[in-house]
Design a protein around this ligand. Sequence first.
Ligand SMILES: [Fe+2]
Ligand SMILES: [Fe+2]
Length: 289
Amino acid sequence: MSALETSIDTLYQRHLTLTQNLDWGYHRLLPFEIGKNFIDDPWQASQGTLSPEMTLAVETAMLTEINLPWFTSTLMDAFATAPASLLRFVHTWTREEDQHGRVLDVYLLLSRNGDPDRRASLQKSVIEAGWLSEYRDPFALMVYTTLQELATRVFYLNLARAVAGSDPGLAVILRTIAKDETLHYTFYRDAVAAYIDADPTRLVTLCKVIPTFTMPGFGMPDFASRMKVIASHAGYGIAEYQQQVLHVILQAWGVMDYTTASMIREPRQDLTRYLQLVDKLAKRSRRER
Ligand SMILES: [Fe+2]
Ligand SMILES: [Fe+2]
């Protein structure tokens, strides 16, 4: 086993221990007592318990999570030649992610938030469209997944805060999912750090990947307008991305402190320009709120 393989395996073993302590079953979190069938009691908009904006935020999360089969196949392809523990991690990760889409879907059905027929056809079109990463290189893809897992964690925690007053049960579901996302983020963050330790020139790739980041749901219908509503009502927009995701990750990897070969100078300048742009947009969005 190479030093890198040993590091990845250690991170995977740590993940297994942490995840064992956290294990949860989605059946325990859902309000089955309020469920009614849609044949005898057809859905009406007035039955919903959440505001339309919060419903849209939960639905957007669900529509992202249910694309899991495509995330898994993309990761398995890209990691085919990577250390074996990375492939094992994808199996464990899939097991954990599998509950996320389902718990949100069943919650929306039981609580009668959002039109179930419209949502069912949206779900089908999202899954049929699938998802493919532009990155085939395991390291580049892990830089992406690190950002994505942390962004998802922050999104769920902020959304949980926004709904806690009106629906404490939903807040518990969202916080429970966020705990899984925290561990996924931690694994990828440290795996990326191990790759950089093994070869610091990988920072070149890292600096190129970060500015291209978009959330994995970007292919769903109305994604941009959904993100606007989420930013204004659910506490996750460009300002949160900047402060709670981007800067946290860059600091964790020490990207701006590395004084290695001159080859990373230019890509880091590109990254700096991206950070300045995000900073400008974040400031504007704070002013607008
Ligand atoms: Fe998830
Ligand atoms: Fe995750």
